[in-house]
Design a protein around this ligand. Structure first.
Ligand code: SF4
Ligand code: SF4
Length: 309
């Protein structure tokens, strides 16, 4: 067997570089396109007749008609006692339904601008085999999420939004505020030096909020061909939340289906990219019968047919 140099090495050999980075490229294209639409919309008005996308990730309007609002921020606003405009509530409902379909933390992997920063840090950690550093408990971000909401309720102030690195970074990129780079650099260095995948994986309350939504979302990743797994561990090495993989991949004996049901999974698709055995694919949460089960069912049917004969 050839010496492996990085997760996905075998997938690149088997399918080529482009196919082995497909979902990574799609995610980057989506992240940059959203940013480009916010920035280019005013320039395109002479051709489109209206802003394609106006506002920012907190609150925006598509073509001057369809509102979009971040439900995490609308919820803080309501708890703080601010009367939300009808359009804000409709916008939040649209966004909630969207992520209930495509996966709550798809926000993290396909939309949040901080994802590029934290992925860059993680790439360096892997590249130079740096230490994991301090790893707070996974429930920490849930406690922070609860604190954010309780603070809004008690003080009547959306205090977290004064600090939220995601909001600050996105507004800074759209409106050209210089100090956002300090925020991005702080998260980058925190993930690099203090805690591997520390911000998104353990602290960010937005990630926690969208993770809760992900617990019921329709589109999930499935380890449908887990019988083909050769234990190369590339999916674990590339996954930003590797604890979500085990129940789906190793669940055969425990009767657990192949769908990754954890809300922590970001639906980033990197496990699909790097698996040279094509074990993973996007699916829907209800299709939770494994190929093992189907195989066994088929075996049972053949055996029953033989007995009947
Ligand atoms: S965890 Fe937070 S910062 Fe990280 S990608 Fe998700 S929303 Fe963005
Ligand atoms: S299980 Fe796959 S899709 Fe989910 S976070 Fe991990 S690499 Fe991404």
């Amino acid at each position: 067997m050839s010496a492996k140099t990085y997760p996905g090495f075998d997938a690149v050999k088997a399918r080529g570089w482009l196919a082995a980075h497909k979902w990574l490229l799609v995610r980057r294209a989506v992240q940059l396109s959203i940013l480009a639409l916010f920035l280019a919309s005013p320039l395109l008005v002479p051709y489109t007749g209206a802003w394609i996308l106006k506002g920012n990730l907190t609150s925006s309007l598509i073509l001057g008609t369809v509102p979009l609002s971040d439900p995490f921020i609308v919820l803080q606003s309501l708890l703080a006692g601010h009367l939300a405009a009808g359009t804000a509530l409709i916008g939040a409902a649209i966004v909630l339904v969207f992520y209930a379909l495509v996966g709550g933390r798809a926000y993290c992997s396909f939309v949040c601008p901080m994802n590029i920063v934290t992925d860059a840090s993680l790439w360096l950690v892997r590249r130079f085999d740096l230490s994991k550093g301090w790893q707070p408990g996974r429930e920490t971000r849930l406690w922070i999420l609860a604190s954010v909401m309780v603070t809004a309720l008690i003080t009547g102030i959306m205090a977290w939004e004064l600090l939220n690195p995601v909001t600050i970074l996105h507004r800074g990129l759209v409106y050209g505020v210089g100090y956002v780079w300090t925020v991005a650099l702080a998260v980058f260095l925190y993930d690099l030096v203090v805690s591997r995948r520390g911000w998104c994986g353990h602290l960010c309350p937005m990630g926690a909020f969208y993770g809760l939504l992900g617990k019921v979302s329709l589109v999930r990743v499935s380890a449908a061909k887990r019988q083909a797994c050769n234990d190369c561990m590339d999916c674990y090495a590339i996954c930003p939340e590797p604890h979500v993989i085990t129940p789906a991949l190793r669940g055969a004996d425990g009767g657990v289906g192949p769908i990754i049901l954890s809300g922590d999974c970001t639906n980033c698709g990197r496990c699909i990219d790097v698996c040279s055995k094509d074990v993973f694919a996007f699916d829907v949460r209800f299709n939770n019968a494994s190929t093992d089960d189907k195989f066994n069912d088929k075996d049972k049917m053949i055996s029953t047919d033989r007995h009947a004969a």
